[in-house]
Design a protein around this ligand. Structure first.
Ligand SMILES: O=C(O)CCC(=O)C(=O)O
Length: 328
């Protein structure tokens, strides 16, 4: 007998409900901005963490990073990865229920929280050239989504994000330098050619800029604290260095995927086929390995019986589809 699975999230008074228009906008354009999604209190907690991180990470020694365009950025601690594994407030930020409400609708119902990055971007620093996130974090099936949370006002001056609307419909372009990298079904394409210098700030050397040029002009995404930009992992996006002399650009960026995807990535070192056991199950349920929140942040998992109120559709001899309910 079949087993049905129709998870329903637990109700909360502050639950964010995604509209049909928002869903369609995300899938059509590859991004969705939800204004004021994260409360002032929750932003204040993340801002405080950004400040703690910034003051702790001042001036590490510089070494040559070879050809990696992100190397200097890490040395200068303009961004710090995976604080969610060591800081309770970073875990709470990554598992923010209202952010998960949106990811549940866009890529769920089952959701893994995969990665967190704290961006500090002091004056003159930061920025990342055109790239697609699924090039860095592969998921099978391909379900990765980013959530970019503004911790303060961000605009073109201090280095907000830019997106190329509609470019989410492109495949992932294989980085030539690493022989293709994390690209799905590369051999199944006739003309998916390698690209150079992905993430490089200079469009002359970052050849993904040629793909971006096929689309209408990219748009900047100015945001206020608490606004969240959700973006598809195939979407071409970038940021510029902070051009101001007196402002930071603090933001918290997290990645999620459907919790039925394999994830050959665990950030701390690839250890084989699957890093799923390091990914936190944040919504729904999964048949795959998963981690629980290390600091006890509450997550709203599916607790029902698989057969609860489930209905499937079955084709009938007369050509109609008929709803049927069946217990296992
Ligand atoms: O915030 C930034 O400057 C870049 C972030 C980004 O591109 C990403 O998270 O994929």
């Amino acid at each position: 007998m079949a087993t049905y699975y129709t998870p329903k999230s637990r109700e909360r008074v502050d639950r964010y409900l995604v509209s049909v228009e928002e869903y369609a906008h995300y899938h059509r354009n590859g991004y969705l901005i939800v204004r004021g999604l994260v409360s002032k209190e929750d932003i204040a907690e993340l801002y405080e963490l950004a400040e703690k991180t910034r003051t702790k990470n001042k001036k590490p020694a510089r070494e040559s990073g070879g050809s990696d365009p992100l190397h200097e950025e890490f040395l200068d601690a303009t961004r710090v990865h995976m604080l969610s594994r060591i800081e309770p407030s970073a875990e709470r930020g990554m598992l923010n229920p209202r952010i998960l409400d949106v990811t549940e609708a866009l890529i769920g119902p089952d959701v893994y929280a995969v990665q967190s990055m704290m961006f500090l971007n002091p004056p003159g620093r930061g920025g990342q050239g055109w790239h697609q996130d699924a090039c860095y974090i592969k998921t099978h099936p391909d379900t990765l989504i980013g959530a970019w949370i503004a911790l303060e006002e961000v605009d073109e001056e201090n280095g907000c994000l830019w997106v190329a609307p509609g470019s989410n419909h492109e495949p992932i372009y294989p980085p030539a330098e690493i022989g293709g990298g994390n690209v799905h079904a590369l051999d199944a394409f006739s003309n998916l050619n390698g690209v150079q210098n992905v993430s490089h700030l200079d469009d002359e050397v970052n050849t993904l800029s040629k793909v971006v040029a096929k689309y209408p002009p990219p748009i900047s995404v100015p945001m206020q604290p608490g606004d969240v930009l959700f973006f598809h992992s195939h979407l071409f996006h970038r940021s510029y260095p902070n051009k101001t002399t007196d402002r930071f650009r603090r933001s918290y960026v997290c990645h999620y995927c459907n919790a039925r995807s394999w994830i050959p990535w665990d950030h701390d070192g690839y250890e084989g086929d699957s890093g799923n056991y390091r990914q936190i199950l944040a919504r729904g349920r999964t048949h795959l390995p998963y981690a629980e929140p290390a600091f006890g942040t509450e997550v709203y998992l599916y607790e029902g019986d698989d057969t609860d109120g489930s209905v499937s559709m079955m084709g009938m001899d007369n050509g109609m589809m008929m709803p049927i309910g069946q217990k296992k």
